[in-house]
Ligand binder design. Structure first.
Ligand SMILES: NC(=O)c1ccc[n+]([C@@H]2O[C@H](COP(=O)([O-])OP(=O)(O)OC[C@H]3O[C@@H](n4cnc5c(N)ncnc54)[C@H](O)[C@@H]3O)[C@@H](O)[C@H]2O)c1
Length: 404
């Protein structure tokens, strides 16, 4: 497999806001002489998307539909809207095209399981882009936990202040349940995944509560087809009730709370609000011998650790600086794309796992079901044993020799 000199032939499916992550293909390949990979094809169902594809990759094949990529690509980066993920991933896996799938893996547990089961049946590599796992703040918190600085973890709390929420999620397809299920899939999947990583287990039982408290009251609506979020984003769009041009359908919750019991007994909670003035997330991890908390979640922030008793004290016993970029997540994105490409081209194992991506979908989707049904507790169903075995004892796929 692989066209002459191209090494790993990569396609980008969905030339929207997030397709920028595919720029890291060239960056990763340039940084590593062993890695031969380049974007050779683009698929987008819209004229505007295909035009963006031609502008970004003038030498690439540009097609309307992902099914036309068979024979032209060895791997595909899927950056289409959430509701399309499962179907596109399953088609690609069946066509033998290795998949980099943007989070969330799917918008229901059933669809997530269908993707994982197809990957297990076909043996085609599947990777889900949970880039936040590679963010410096997450790596730092995990190091503190792993070296036992706060003892054995018993509780993880995450407050998510989604100050950009009005612009990010309420002015296009994200605002409609039919497209995302809820923002506990679209937005929370990063943090639910990181809660699992910090807690050392996956959600086994979940309860949700939440409502559409603010954006449902904004009556100024319009269809923004053809535009991308960068076209309307502004910090001047404030306060939230003064927002204009929301999506015609707004029926996802803008404030929600999730409580989880992990399969190792760790107790966890996640709170998400889309109408705060500030945009960041704040974790607290409490162990048997201390607690940690991040102040800021990018370069310039710190993680503080408290390990002896006292009253109110914001200083902590130790403070660790967070490395990395001060805005956004380009550093984590490069690490994530490099990991995907090396796994497919060179057969290397990955730190990110589709099983973990499914655990994040399960927690978010079932929390959504709970909050829309009287906050009943819901138990997470288990994946088939053969699917778990496939991902926990991976075998090398034929395409994994491409580019090596
Ligand atoms: N990991 C992260 O940090 C991160 C950040 C942003 C977005 N995302 C994910 O990226 C995905 C895309 O988000 P976005 O903000 O780029 O959306 P977007 O609306 O800006 O772009 C989506 C693109 O996909 C195209 N498209 C739609 N259906 C398609 C199909 N069936 N086949 C081919 N193309 C199709 C659209 O025409 C558009 O060009 C989402 O699932 C989102 O969760 C991840």
């Amino acid at each position: 497999m692989g066209a002459d000199n191209a090494g790993l032939r990569v396609a980008v499916i969905g030339m929207g806001q997030r397709s920028a992550i595919a720029r890291h293909v060239a960056e990763a390949a340039a940084a590593d002489p062993a890695l031969h990979a380049q974007v050779v094809a683009v698929a987008d169902v819209t004229v505007a998307g295909r035009e963006r594809g031609r502008a970004e990759y003038p030498d690439a094949l540009v097609v309307d539909h992902h099914r036309e990529l068979t024979g032209h690509a060895d791997a595909a980066i899927v950056t289409t809207p959430d509701w399309t993920h499962a179907e596109i991933a399953i088609d690609l896996l069946r066509a033998g095209i290795a998949v980099y799938l943007e989070k969330p893996l799917a918008i229901t547990v059933e669809d997530a399981d269908a993707v994982l089961n197809t990957a297990a049946e076909t043996g085609t590599p599947l990777y889900v882009g949970h880039n936040f796992r590679h963010a410096a703040v997450v790596r730092l918190m995990r190091e503190i936990v792993d070296r036992g600085e706060i003892g054995e973890v018993k509780a993880v709390w995450c407050r998510h202040f989604v100050g950009n929420g009005g612009d990010y999620y309420f002015k296009d397809w994200h605002a409609d349940r039919a497209n995302v299920n809820s923002l506990l899939l679209q937005k929370a999947s990063h943090d639910l995944d990181v809660i699992h990583a910090l807690g050392g287990g996956d959600t086994s039982r979940v309860v949700g509560m939440g409502s559409l408290s603010v954006y449902g009251d904004v009556t100024d609506r319009r269809d923004r087809s053809g535009e991308l979020m960068g076209d309307w984003f502004s910090h001047d769009n404030w306060p939230p009730l003064a927002q204009t041009g929301l999506n015609p359908v707004v029926d996802v919750e803008d404030v929600s709370m999730v409580m989880m019991t992990l399969d190792n007994g760790v107790q966890a909670s996640y709170e998400q609000c889309h109408f705060t003035p500030d945009y960041w997330r704040n974790y607290t991890v409490i162990g048997t011998e201390g607690r940690l908390e991040n102040i800021g979640d990018t370069g310039g922030g710190v993680v503080k650790v408290w390990t002896h008793r006292r009253g109110w004290d914001t200083t902590g016993d130790r403070e660790y600086p967070i490395d990395g970029v001060e805005d956004g997540h380009a550093d984590a994105d490069l690490l994530t794309m490099t990991e995907f490409l090396r796994s497919v081209a060179l057969g290397e194992p990955t730190e990110l796992s589709p099983i973990a991506a499914r655990a994040a979908v399960a927690a978010g989707a079932l929390a959504t079901r709970s909050l829309r049904n009287g906050s009943v507790p819901i138990d997470v169903p288990r994946l088939p044993a053969e699917t778990i075995a496939h991902f926990t004892h991976p075998t090398t796929h034929p395409s994994q020799t491409v580019g090596s």
